[in-house]
Design a protein around this ligand. Structure first.
Ligand SMILES: NC(=O)c1ccc[n+]([C@@H]2O[C@H](COP(=O)([O-])OP(=O)(O)OC[C@H]3O[C@@H](n4cnc5c(N)ncnc54)[C@H](O)[C@@H]3O)[C@@H](O)[C@H]2O)c1
Length: 341
């Protein structure tokens, strides 16, 4: 049985992908610090969860692994800005370390979770994989740098490497993220009947459903090696390029009575409209779920009480701020690893 190691497998995308891999009959190892809790993963005889840091994980976890899916890392701009040195050590050095360990252990393939944010302030619309990169955040710069070193590893060793540049993800998952545009706007419209549109709203952003991202990862893992070797592929669908203001209108259409507040904040530099034709050419498939599907799905889950909009773990920045505070406080009060006991 093929054995896939998923770093960051307990996160938003991982908690959707891992059950799919198990369903397909893979043996799965997740390496994750479980920053958002262990409840995001199912218990399954073919699943091994290793609570470890990618910067220090024991190289022996790679033994017998055939494919690595690299999802681990600090996953949005503001959380990355909290501690730039930490971000570089995790998102850049941590990923590179895992790629080298995988290659050294004879893993056949690596699929890396990159991001369309590497295009930054895109020049023109319908950016393709060879368009110039203008990353405007530390998060995006780390993605671009890891892509470059991964492709180099693929050129100099037999390992098959692929970088998937995801659009901004939406939809429901066991580790929910209410810090992503479609999800947060839907949640705010439902809970506060109000949406704030930052940065003018004219900026383009491509979106993709979390289940489609998981499907793209799976298909890349299973594609013939010569189709995906050394490739960089945008993951999304042309029809899901949406201006932020238009997204707000769509959410308001789904939740009538919602008030739109167009904030006079600085223009958002992250403005990119992406072409997603290559994925269909390579994988013979393209993500099909629309932004409106995602709004409806998240809204229904909120209405039915299946997702708690107040759970701190569903807000990436809030959770990292909380963890930093825990670490500081623990350092102050702990005696031999104990606080109250
Ligand atoms: N969600 C999106 O819109 C999106 C878009 C483009 C790219 N991506 C990328 O996809 C990947 C997964 O994103 P996500 O939305 O699931 O994010 P997430 O924050 O939900 O998941 C990341 C996981 O990595 C783990 N992690 C963080 N630091 C770690 C460390 N040092 N060692 C081990 N584990 C660690 C966390 O515990 C978490 O479970 C990330 O690399 C992200 O940058 C996400």
């Amino acid at each position: 049985m093929a054995h896939v190691l998923v770093t960051g497998g307990a996160g938003y995308i991982g908690s959707t992908l891992v059950p799919m891999l198990l369903e397909r009959g893979y043996q799965v190892t997740v390496v994750d610090r479980l920053y958002f809790g262990p409840q995001t993963l199912p218990s399954h005889p073919a699943l091994r969860v290793v609570k470890a840091d990618i910067r220090r994980v024991d190289p022996r976890v790679f033994e017998g692994v055939t494919g690595l899916i690299d999802l681990a890392g600090i996953s949005n701009d503001p959380a990355c800005e909290l501690d730039p040195e930490l971000t570089r050590s995790v998102n850049l050095e941590g990923s590179r370390r895992c790629h080298r360990l995988a290659q050294g252990a004879g893993v056949e393939r690596i699929v890396f979770a990159s991001s369309c944010s590497v295009y930054g302030h895109g020049e023109g619309t319908q950016l393709v994989e060879t368009s110039p990169l203008h990353p405007v955040s530390l998060y995006a710069r780390c993605k671009a740098d890891v892509e470059a070193s991964l492709l180099e590893l693929g050129r100099t060793t037999p390992i098959v490497v692929t970088a998937l540049r995801f659009a901004t993800v939406f939809g429901l998952a066991r580790r929910m993220r209410f810090d992503l545009a479609v999800n947060v706007m839907t949640k705010n419209a439902y809970t506060q009947q109000r949406i704030v549109v930052d940065g003018g709203g004219k900026q383009w952003r491509p979106f993709v459903h979390v289940a489609d991202v998981a499907e793209a990862l799976l298909r890349t893992l299973e594609a013939p090696a010569d189709k995906v070797r050394g490739e960089v592929i945008n993951v999304g669908n042309n029809i899901n390029n949406v201006r932020i203001l238009n997204l707000a209108y769509r959410v308001r259409d789904a939740i009538p009575g919602t008030h739109l507040d167009i904030a006079g904040t600085d223009p958002d530099l992250r403005d990119y409209n992406v072409n997603f034709d290559k994925i269909e050419g390579i994988l013979g498939w393209r993500p099909g779920r629309t932004v409106d599907d995602g709004i409806a799905e998240v809204l229904l889950a909120l209405r039915e009480g299946r997702v708690d909009p107040d759970d701190r773990r569903f807000y990436t920045l809030k959770q990292y701020v909380f963890l930093a505070e825990v670490e500081r406080t623990f350092g102050d009060v702990a005696i031999e690893g104990r606080v109250l006991s």
